[in-house]
Structure formats: structure tokens, C-alpha cells
Design a binder for this molecule. Structure first.
Ligand code: AMP
Length: 484
């Protein structure tokens, strides 16, 4: 249409003018530029490009989860919610930012997470705060602050959220990542530890991920202290064989040498004294109790004497889960957890035992996405689109129809039926094009006539066949059609 044309050509002209300014304005601009000795046009262009690039860049180690990949992410969340709820855990949410001291006191100085990886900064009032690197400490803080020791014990809570660690980004290691976790406070019993392992293991199984459980006991704080003296003596005697990183860790955090991934450390680690030999009978019996429960529920495990976990708050049972080879097994754990009987007291609460795990969402997400790609490879795009087809589109014609459509869409949604629409569009053709783009199998069409008749047309998008349906029976018809 002529009007549109003139708008478009006006835009073009404006664009031209920007590139090649001419006339009065141009002279004025030139004057200003000369007076200020402003940067050249090329400088300006590159400066604005840089600015744009920075605005549109992500921080290293951080990522978006875009709609074309978010299905697996949401699937993990829903499965996590379902399983935690079925085991009697209640959802807890804590702030992403906490006082730095919370993490320093609980995770411990000398740990990589605290010494190297925490995002710490001063708040505007000078308070020292940090982005949470994990959530167990925050949940323990919440347990104390909300007096949860007065509730019937154990108190079982689950969480989901982003964590931040300024680590070196690599495959499966991000600076912002999500964890799902469960914590049980107020009960020291092997069955609690075993139940937590069950939750994480069964969640992986529900998601179709084959994993193995690696497990160990690191005993009480006193037993560990005795063991560490022995370990440090041994590591010092083998110092020259160790990697530079492990040499540094002998004094800072000797237990971490045991889970070193450096090839040159492996021989030394294999021969190292094993913590199990420093455990009291009570600690050994406790550990045996956990293993017996795991046997009972038929969860296989690998006894791993070198598994110690890096954080100060752990005691007794510690465990990690790794994907089996079929699921692209790697050195990266999918799940990590253990008992932390001293944590609540250490943070200023009562002497309350605790145990928990955290589950790395991105690592499981990567397995699910890889599998999805493999399943889809070899299939034509059209076949994939066909498989993914779901939901309904709602098209309408006229103001009255649009109002009635909104009401019907709301009722259908309440019954769990996904409905796409664009009620702002008045052309039926445009709406049908949109329905095709959404890939729906059926479209509901409501015109003036249908509004008066209290009916709606149901169009099969493949055959083009249209059925007239009574609006009062719409819900039943669709539920039957979509097996809801
Ligand atoms: P942690 O709190 O270190 O025991 O970690 C528990 C789980 O969170 C690990 O087993 C991983 O699955 C996951 N995880 C830890 N750090 C990262 C990271 N930097 N990027 C992605 N996932 C991580």
C-alpha cells in the first residue's frame, strides 16, 4: 500500500542520512566534532560495536537455557520435585546472596570452594557477602534461624537453585550451575543416609541415567584428625613424586590429595594409608549399617577408600555418584553428599545431626541432551517435528468470538490442555499459519456463528476435516482425544 511504501522509503532515507549526513545538520555536527576533537567515525563505530558486544556477551562459565533445550531441564526439575515429595521432603528456598562468613565457617578455610572459587564482594553498606557456592550451609542456617529443632524430627527439606563457583570452566564445570538437593536434620541413623542415597539414585534411574554409587566413611572429627597426622607424614615422604598441586595441598588440605585427578599422583594415592583403619568400632558399625540398608534396597555401591569429599563439615558417610560408561561416564561426579553431624552446632545452633546430597543438574542435563540428539540423529527433521507435535491452537474471528475464546482457553488450560493462540490477530489465514508453525495436530476455530450456536469447530490439521462440537462438551472431547 502507498502509505506503507512511503514509510519504508522514509526509513531508508533516514538510514542513508545517518551514513552520509548532508546539509545543515551535517555542518553543525562537523563544527561540534572539530571543537571537541572528537574520535573519528571509525573509532566511534568500533567503540559502539565493543559496547554492543559486551552487552550481548555472557560471563565466562555462564549460560542461557533456551526454549529449544529447556525441556530436559524442566524434566529434571519435575522429576526432582516428584521424588523428593514422595519421600516426604518439603521444599525450602534461601537467598542466593548470604554473608561470606556463613560459607567460610561451614565449608572451611583451606578448601578450594572458599579460598579460590567464591564470588565475594562488599555490599553497599560494607557487609561482606558472597553468592552461594552450595546450599547445605544456607539450609542449616535456615534450620537454626527458624527454630526447626522444635518441629518433629527429622526435618526433611529439598531445594533447587543456582550456585556460583569461580572455577576454571570446562566440560561439566560452570561458574553458575544448578543443584537439586535433599537435607535431613535431627536424626543420626544409617537408614537416613541410605534413604538419601536412594533418593538421588532413584532420581537418576527415573531419568534413565545409569550411575554407580561410590561410598566411604571418614569417621568422626577426632578420628579424622588422627588419620590426617598419619596421612601428612606419608605424603611428605612421597613429596617428590607428587604433582605441584598436591604438594601444596599437603599442608593446606591433605585429604584433597586423595581425590587428585593428576596422573602422577595416582601411585602415591593408591598406597596411602586408608581412613577406614583409623575408624573406631562405633564408626565402622555405623558405616556397615548404611551398607546393609543399601543391600536391602538393592542399590549397588563401590567401596572407595580414597573418597573423602573436600568440605570441612562432613563426617562419617560420604558418597558420590558417577554416570556409567553407557551414559558417557567421566571423572565428573553427578551427585555428592554425606553426613554432617557437627554443622548445625558449628553455625551456632544446637547439637543436631544432619545428612544430605546435592545433585548437579547441568551434568545430568548434558546426558539427557546427548541422548536426545542421538535418538534424533538419522531421523529427518520432519519426523522429529512430527514426534514433538502436541497441543492445540485456538483461532477466532470477530470481537465476540475473541472474548468467548479467552474464556474457553482458560477453562481448557485449567484442565491441563496446552493451548496456543494469538487473540490479537483478526485474520483467520494468519492464525492458521501460526497454528502450522506451532506444529499442533488440531485447531479450534470460533467464529460469530459458533458463538451464537454455542459450538466450536475442531479442525484436524493434517486431513483438514472439521467437526462441530458443542462448547459444553469440548472439555470431554479433548480429554478423550489427548488421553488426559
Ligand atoms: P559439590 O557441592 O561440590 O559436592 O557438588 C555436588 C554436585 O554439583 C557435583 O557432583 C556436580 O554434579 C555438581 N557441580 C559441582 N560443581 C559444579 C560446577 N562447577 N559446574 C557444574 N556442576 C557442578
Amino acid at each position: 500500500m502507498p502509505r506503507k511504501k512511503s514509510t519504508a522509503s522514509a526509513k531508508k532515507n533516514t538510514a542513508k542520512n545517518v551514513k552520509k549526513p548532508s546539509g545543515k545538520n551535517n555542518t553543525a555536527d562537523k563544527g561540534k566534532k572539530t571543537a571537541k576533537a572528537a574520535p573519528s567515525a571509525a573509532d566511534k563505530k568500533s567503540a559502539s560495536k565493543k559496547k554492543r558486544v559486551q552487552t550481548l556477551a555472557l560471563l565466562r562459565g555462564m549460560k542461557d537455557i533456551t526454549p529449544d533445550h529447556s525441556e530436559s531441564f524442566v524434566k529434571i526439575f519435575r522429576a526432582a520435585d516428584a521424588i523428593a515429595t514422595s519421600y516426604g521432603y518439603s521444599y525450602v528456598e534461601t537467598p542466593v546472596v548470604e554473608y561470606t562468613s556463613l560459607f567460610v565457617r561451614s565449608l572451611g578455610k583451606g578448601t578450594d570452594v572458599v579460598d579460590k572459587e567464591m564470588y565475594m564482594f562488599e555490599d553497599k553498606d560494607g557487609g561482606k557477602v558472597a553468592l552461594r557456592p552450595e546450599m547445605t550451609a544456607s539450609v542449616a542456617r535456615a534450620y537454626i534461624m527458624h527454630g526447626m529443632h522444635t518441629l518433629p524430627q527429622p526435618v526433611k527439606m529439598w531445594y533447587w537453585g543456582p550456585m556460583f563457583r569461580y572455577d576454571r570452566p570446562q566440560a561439566g564445570r560452570y561458574r553458575e550451575f544448578h543443584q537439586f538437593g535433599c537435607e535431613t536434620f535431627g536424626e543420626r541413623s544409617p537408614v537416613v543416609d541410605a534413604e538419601l542415597i536412594c533418593v538421588a539414585y532413584n532420581l537418576l534411574r527415573d531419568l534413565g541415567v545409569n550411575a554407580s554409587v561410590h561410598i566411604n566413611s571418614i569417621g568422626t572429627l577426632q578420628e579424622r584428625e588422627q588419620y590426617i597426622i598419619e596421612l601428612v607424614g606419608y605424603l611428605r615422604s612421597k613429596r617428590s613424586y607428587l604433582s605441584e598441586l598436591s604438594k601444596k595441598r599437603i599442608t593446606k588440605n591433605p585429604l584433597r590429595v586423595l581425590d587428585s585427578k593428576e596422573p602422577e599422583d595416582q601411585a602415591v594415592v593408591e598406597e596411602a594409608p586408608q581412613i577406614i583403619d583409623w575408624l573406631s568400632d562405633a564408626s565402622k558399625n555405623y558405616f556397615m549399617g548404611v551398607l546393609e540398608y543399601l543391600d536391602e534396597v538393592q542399590i549397588p555401591y563401590v567401596l572407595t577408600p580414597t573418597l573423602v569429599r573436600g568440605l570441612d563439615y562432613y563426617s562419617d558417610t560420604v558418597f558420590e555418584m558417577f554416570a556409567d560408561d553407557a551414559d558417557g561416564g567421566s571423572q565428573n561426579a553427578l551427585v555428592g553428599g554425606g553426613r554432617y553431624d557437627g554443622l548445625v552446632e558449628q553455625l551456632g545452633g544446637q547439637s543436631v545431626p544432619g545428612c544430605g546430597f546435592s545433585f548437579g543438574v547441568e551434568r545430568v542435563f548434558a546426558i539427557l541432551e546427548k541422548r536426545r540428539r542421538q535418538q534424533n540423529s538419522g531421523q529427518e527433521e520432519e519426523q522429529i517435528a512430527q514426534k514433538d507435535r502436541k497441543g492445540l491452537f485456538f483461532a477466532q474471528l470477530g470481537e465476540q468470538a475473541s472474548k468467548r475464546a479467552l474464556y474457553l482457553i482458560e477453562t481448557l488450560r485449567r484442565d491441563g490442555i496446552t493451548v496456543y493462540h494469538n487473540l490479537g490477530k483478526s485474520s483467520l489465514k494468519a492464525q492458521m499459519e501460526l497454528a502450522h508453525k506451532h506444529g499442533v495436530t488440531h485447531t479450534l476455530i470460533l467464529g460469530q456463528k459458533e458463538v451464537l450456536d454455542n459450538t466450536v469447530l475442531l479442525r484436524d490439521m493434517d486431513s483438514g476435516i472439521q467437526e462441530v462440537i458443542d462448547q459444553n462438551k469440548l472439555k470431554q472431547t479433548l480429554k478423550k482425544m489427548f488421553n488426559l
